[in-house]
Design a protein around this ligand. Structure first.
Ligand SMILES: [Zn+2]
Ligand SMILES: [Zn+2]
Length: 451
């Protein structure tokens, strides 16, 4: 027999069940309302890349196949100009050799320079990819292959991808885009050529300058940079050492320039170790010794070819001073007369150090973290390599600039040590992944600067 209170208890339990059932039904809805939507829903950049990736990959392969070396970038720059016109940029060609400038104005706001270089290197590709370079060129009187072994084809592709993405999102930024295609980076001449052709006078002084470079030891999906100096002053210096030639069997009748050269080489090793402040960075490398013809002739001239790398101007000038003093001092000690003193030939043209503006770099890192996750946007060490991008920040206008490294190597290749460096005939970036990260990060960085 069921009592009244038992019935009431049963009814209460039933009521609880009903409430629970209602909550359970509502729960998925509540869950949806409380959870932020996924990146994919709110990220127009990755949506754009999804649609564009095939187009950009094909563009990349075309550039790779048709690799044109420094000062020969005729078809490359034509292709870039045509692509930029297609998406609404106003393009000027022939700005410093084959340099191009593509401008898009979209209301008030900052003007941002975004640079790609365009040139390849004279070398035979051995990467084995089915889109390997098919061009040849004449180099020192010989026919050689050409190759985008520094990844400038990937620079052009991410540059185009960023330009296309921003052109499709004009409602989300305001300002002026100044995309430049630079020739002749590999010979350290192109940036100067474009600036000397009136880049800033004709197209306006940008508020910021951005650029990237492929990295052969950074995994795909990552970018890296440095706040402050990221790449070094790069100088090519020759030392011409004179001597008095003689028969190899009569050294007493000579002042042997090979011995003088040897002493100079050993002595200049003390510049970095004894003359430069221990906390400053510098490299003095003798890369070539040229002198003599035959076993039994003491020649009358030897040339040394050096590369000198520094960050600071005072360190650079200190090295010049010591190279002159050491060469002259050793020549005098060897008994060479005044008219046979060594000549230290320091060209005025050199590639200056790249200084990443700290404030711009901090902004960039925030944007990069937003685009690809904080774990994938990392600070790294500077290198003693050189890049003529530096010139865009070294005019009298003091434009704040920054460069970043783009990861191009699949992690499994890195683990096995199968990652040939830049300028290797075996180097090639992972195509789609590198394009995605480059476009994602550059577009986000530029959007954030032009909000
Ligand atoms: Zn290079
Ligand atoms: Zn390069």
């Amino acid at each position: 027999m069921t009592t009244f209170s038992e019935i009431r208890r049963e009814l209460a339990i039933l009521e609880n069940y009903k409430q629970l059932a209602m909550i359970t039904q509502l729960f998925p809805l509540l869950f949806l309302l409380m959870t932020p939507s996924t990146d994919h829903d709110v990220n127009p950049i990755s949506d754009f890349i999804d649609k564009d990736i095939e187009y950009l990959s094909e563009f990349y392969k075309q550039r790779h196949i048709n690799a044109e070396i420094s000062l020969e970038e005729k078809e490359t720059s034509k292709a870039l100009a045509a692509e930029m016109r297609k998406v609404g940029y106003e393009v000027t060609e022939g700005v410093g050799g084959y340099g191009i400038v593509a401008v898009m104005k979209n209301g008030d706001g900052p003007q941002i320079l975004y640079r790609t270089d365009m040139d390849a290197l004279p070398m035979q590709e051995k990467s084995g990819v089915d889109y390997a370079s098919q061009l040849t060129t004449m180099w020192n009187g010989e026919k050689v292959g050409t190759m985008h072994s520094c990844g400038h084809d990937m620079h052009m592709t991410t540059w185009l991808g960023t330009a296309r993405a921003l052109a499709s999102m004009k409602d989300q930024w305001s300002g002026t885009l100044m995309f430049i295609g630079q020739p002749a980076e590999e010979i350290g001449a192109g940036a100067r050529m474009m600036l000397d052709a009136g880049l800033y006078e004709r197209f306006g002084v940008p508020d910021y300058g951005l650029g990237l470079h492929c990295n052969a030891s950074l995994p795909i999906g990552q970018v890296a940079t440095v706040s402050g100096y990221i790449m070094a002053n790069t100088e090519m210096i020759d030392i011409k050492i004179k001597g008095v030639g003689a028969h190899g069997a009569s050294p007493h009748q000579s002042i042997d320039p090979i011995v003088v050269a040897s002493m100079i080489i050993m002595e200049i090793q003390t510049i970095v170790s004894r003359n430069i402040k221990p906390i400053d960075d510098a490299v003095v490398t003798v890369g070539a010794i040229k002198g003599g013809t035959k076993h039994n002739i003491i020649p009358d001239e030897v040339t040394l070819q050096l590369t000198v790398r520094t960050y600071k101007e005072e360190v650079r000038l200190m090295i010049h001073k010591r190279l002159r003093e050491i060469s002259r001092g050793i020549a005098i000690a060897s008994g060479l007369p005044k008219d046979l003193m060594p000549e230290v030939i320091i060209p005025e043209n050199f590639t200056p150090s790249n200084y990443n503006d700290p404030a711009l770099t901090a902004n960039f890192m925030t944007s990069a973290a937003k685009a690809i996750g904080a774990d994938n946007a990392i600070y790294t060490e500077p290198t003693m390599g050189g890049e003529d991008f530096a010139w865009y920040g070294k005019t009298e206008h003091d434009v704040p600039t920054m460069m970043y490294w783009l990861g191009t190597v699949p992690p499994e290749k890195l683990e096995k040590g199968e990652n040939p460096g830049l300028h290797s005939p075996f180097y090639y970036p992972a195509v789609e992944e590198s394009i995605r990260t480059g476009v994602q990060v550059s577009t986000q960085a530029m959007l954030d600067l032009m909000k």
